[in-house]
Design a protein around this ligand. Structure first.
Ligand code: NAP
Length: 280
């Protein structure tokens, strides 16, 4: 194996250490709203609270029943918006089926000052202006940028190819990379000749949600490969990237688990600190 392993665990530990004095001074509070019993959500929420504990942020878990109505959830959102003790809050996705269609309305109802997931239109829209307006960026793209910075991987002038165009990963990441002067190509399920495009990437980011979707023949020698995918298989957690084969030719690669995941949680915590700074 020749690739450097981009350890999100290591980078996030360093970032959390940097945040500690600010947390002590500002005393922010994060609330996570969970509706229902999605098992993956339960594990993500556990990681978030573990991270809060590590850095000393106050946190609260508002766990609502699977049957919670749209009106009741909106009331919880409104109460959190109006609670001065709450710095930021997130509504953990995915929501139960009867609420999925209401996701845009729920995101819109969150006060932009408290939108620490950065999924609301106000915070997303501001990012389009420039890097200086990325106040509360979505956690996963922001974590990827921080990971690249931590390992001193330059972005300017590079061709970044993103596979996946979701509103929480692919699209906002494209904007953040453009803000840093990368040349960005974003692919989706209708993209023709995908491998031809991915082979042009200096930095290849995959956020598709299919285990081992990116194979060695789709990667240019020396590329930096960022694997966002988290796929639960019979063999455990797998990324979207065929790690073992691609690590032989990439210059740097993220593992799954231990790559983008910890950076996402850390970025959420950083957003909570930033939100408190801005509110103060
Ligand atoms: P998503 O909303 O399901 O989006 C998947 C994207 O992949 C879509 O844009 C889809 O294209 C594209 N796609 C599907 N098949 C494709 C194909 N054959 N060729 C090219 N593109 C294809 O997923 P997401 O929320 O972005 O998450 C993606 C993965 O990242 C999941 O495994 C998720 O669990 C993981 N994730 C991890 C973290 C973390 O912190 N580690 C955070 C968020 C997400 P269309 O738009 O055309 O359908």
């Amino acid at each position: 194996m020749s690739a450097i392993i981009l350890s999100g665990k290591e980078a996030s530990a360093a970032l959390l250490e940097e945040l500690k004095p600010k947390v002590q001074a500002l005393d922010p509070k994060l609330v996570v709203v969970q509706v229902g019993e999605d098992p993956a959500s339960a594990s993500y929420i556990k990681q978030k609270f573990k991270c809060c504990e590590k850095v000393g942020i106050r946190s609260e878990h508002k766990h609502l029943s699977e049957e919670t109505s749209y009106e009741d959830l909106m009331k919880v959102v409104e109460d959190l918006n109006n609670d001065d003790d709450v710095t930021g809050f997130i509504v953990q996705l995915p929501l139960p089926k009867h609420l999925t269609d209401k996701e845009p309305e729920i995101n819109r109802a969150i006060d932009p000052k408290k939108d620490v997931d950065g999924f609301g239109a106000y915070n997303l829209g501001k990012m389009f202006l420039s890097k200086d307006f990325e106040d509360l960026p979505p956690a996963t793209p922001s974590g990827i940028i921080s990971l690249l910075e931590y390992y001193n991987i330059p972005v300017e002038g590079k061709h970044a190819v993103i596979v996946g165009r979701s509103n929480i990963v692919g699209k906002p990441l494209a904007v953040m990379l453009i803000n840093r002067s990368a040349t960005v190509t974003v692919c989706n399920s209708k993209t023709k000749n995908l491998a031809e495009i991915t082979r042009q990437a200096d930095i290849l980011i995959c956020a598709v949600g299919k285990a081992h979707f990116i194979t060695k023949d789709m990667v240019k020698e020396g590329a930096v490969v960022i694997d966002v995918g988290v796929n639960r298989t019979d063999d455990g957690l797998k990324g979207d990237v065929d790690f073992d084969a691609i690590a032989e030719i990439a210059s740097a690669i993220t593992p799954v688990p231990g790559g983008v995941g910890p950076m996402t949680v850390t970025s959420l915590i950083r957003n909570c600190v930033r939100a408190k700074e801005r509110q103060s």
